[in-house]
Ligand binder design. Structure first.
Ligand code: FE2
Length: 204
């Protein structure tokens, strides 16, 4: 199989209405088909611009091109991870199951303490960004990342296991400006089975 030269949109691993009442069909549909799609389209448009400039032998503004590309590819990758961090309520397993449950206790002391720290990271992300749980490949410690935009404060090579989108576009239809309520409800739709799978794969 040939490796694709451009980015493509992943389908959601569930129906648009299946995260209700925590995430409405309208909110999820717009988020996936408009916002995520825009990051894919823009990434591909920038790549086409780079390809064309190389073919024509014309100059590229490297600084602005690479900045835009980093933001948009980051957006695509994080959204793909986000959809795969979610599951309909009751279908995603539990934080206390599997290796993830024990590793969270080892690092944070308790599941409650982890949720508290992750929630604070998500609440205090400046402007638009993400909270993420990641694994450091060197120390094998779990770490929380507070990602600004889609591409700032990321630790290179860390394996992201769980992400929460705290861009306003992720929750404004359902929660207006109430980011705290959105984060609180996020815990009901986390796909812990997938998070655990990603951790096991990262440690292999
Ligand atoms: Fe988003």
């Amino acid at each position: 199989m040939n490796t694709p030269m451009f980015y493509s949109m992943p389908d959601l691993p569930f129906d648009y209405n299946s995260l209700e009442p925590h995430m409405s069909e309208e909110q999820l549909r717009i988020h996936h088909t408009k916002y995520h799609q825009a990051y894919v389209n823009t990434s591909n448009a920038i790549l086409e611009k780079i390809d064309k400039a190389r073919k024509d032998g014309t100059d590229l503004d490297m600084k602005s091109t690479l900045k835009d590309l980093s933001f948009n590819i980051g957006g695509h990758i994080l959204h793909s991870l986000f959809w795969n961090s979610l599951a309909p309520e009751g279908k995603g397993g539990d934080i206390s199951e599997g290796l993830i449950g024990t590793q969270i206790i080892r690092e944070f002391g308790s599941h409650g303490r982890f949720k508290e720290e992750f929630t604070k990271a998500a609440m205090s992300t400046e402007g638009s960004g993400w909270a993420a749980l990641a694994l450091c490949p060197e120390t094998e410690r779990l770490m929380i990342m507070q990602i600004e935009k889609h591409n700032t404060n990321i630790y290179p090579q860390f394996r992201i296991l769980l992400v929460l989108d705290v861009f306003e576009h992720a929750y404004y239809l359902d929660y207006k400006n109430d980011r705290a309520k959105y984060i609180e409800n996020f815990w009901s739709i986390v796909n812990w089975n997938k998070v655990n799978e990603r951790l096991e794969k990262a440690l292999m």
